[in-house]
Design a protein around this ligand. Structure first.
Ligand SMILES: [Zn+2]
Ligand SMILES: [Zn+2]
Length: 136
């Protein structure tokens, strides 16, 4: 048996070895309920994925993204896809946009950002799989 502190009321209590694996420890169901209330379930403004954020964080930030990658993509994507009239005006045709798009023959939509690189993916970012709806 191990003694841990409740993350809500700071009470010390014993836990079974199985519970040691849990990331968070609460002494009772009541505290567990309070703990869950502290995190809000949100949907990403960019990809629509469900994720959790602390309520304090939600209040501070107006836009909600599951990752910094989504935040960046949303900022650089000023139009939403095929239905947008600007969609055809890319690259050299539309000088106001530094980033560019490419669509693979399978329908994958990529965003190409010259000044933004990740370790593995280079400057090409997958925005949309053929099965996904256009982000809006
Ligand atoms: Zn407690
Ligand atoms: Zn996202």
């Amino acid at each position: 048996m191990k003694i841990v502190k409740c993350e809500i009321c700071s009470k010390e209590f014993k836990i079974t070895p199985q519970r040691e694996k849990n990331k968070h420890h609460t002494c009772s169901r009541k505290c567990m309920g309070l703990f869950n209330q502290k995190e809000k379930r949100l949907t990403c403004d960019f990809c629509g994925k469900l994720f959790h954020r602390k309520e304090s964080h939600v209040k501070k930030h107006k836009n909600k993204y599951c990752s910094s990658e989504c935040r960046y993509k949303h900022k650089t994507t000023t139009f939403s896809g095929d239905n947008n009239h600007q969609f055809g005006l890319l690259g050299s045709l539309n000088k106001s946009h530094k980033s560019d798009f490419s669509i693979s023959k399978y329908g994958y939509l990529f965003l190409i950002v010259p000044n933004y690189r990740t370790k593995s993916k280079g400057n090409k970012h997958l925005l949309r799989r053929p099965s996904q709806k256009a982000p809006d």
